[in-house]
Write a protein that binds this ligand. Structure first.
Ligand code: HEM
Length: 134
């Protein structure tokens, strides 16, 4: 029996499987295009320019899914709930956020399994970010 050469069965991370940095940059870009037009979310972003927020989102998601750890090199531990504390994240903000994320996820050509896995995480994370009851 022929042996499989060592090193050829490397496991790919989710980050690699879905296309790496380009995919996460496209996701964050499309998401922030939606935020830019959103009357509830847009005023929540303190900076006039959404570019830096888009960059942080792309880098965070890349790191979360097994890509480079640039987010934490720049920003430290994510502590996302704490970082969202200054903002009113209620049900309406949650729903608007997820609506733009859904649109962004659907704009990528992911397999159904990858899309479902990404979406499961995003819905779980969004629910855990709510800090203001209705
Ligand atoms: C549920 C509704 C949410 C709202 C309304 C919201 C809103 C915001 C706002 C206003 C900021 C500040 C802009 C900035 O400095 O980047 C921010 C930052 C951020 N958000 Fe959210 N967010 C939500 C959920 C989420 C979720 C679910 C994630 C992750 C999956 C996330 C990831 C981030 C990241 C990575 C940052 C930048 C943190 C930093 O390094 O300062 N957000 N968000």
């Amino acid at each position: 029996m022929k042996e499989i050469p060592r090193g050829t069965l490397q496991e790919q991370t989710f980050y690699e499987q879905v296309g790496g940095e380009e995919t996460f940059r496209r996701l964050a870009h499309r998401f922030y295009e939606g935020v830019a037009e959103d009357p509830l979310l847009r005023p929540m972003y303190p900076e006039g320019d959404l570019g830096p927020a888009e960059e942080r989102m792309a880098l965070f998601l890349m790191q979360y899914w097994g890509g480079p750890r640039t987010y934490s090199e720049n920003r430290g531990h994510p502590r996302l709930r704490m970082r969202h504390a200054p903002f009113t994240v209620d049900r309406a903000a949650h729903d608007a956020w997820l609506r733009h994320m859904r649109d962004a996820v659907d704009s990528l050509d992911l397999s159904e399994a990858h899309r479902d896995e990404l979406w499961r995480y995003l819905t779980y994370a969004a629910a855990s970010m709510i800090n203001t009851p209705d």
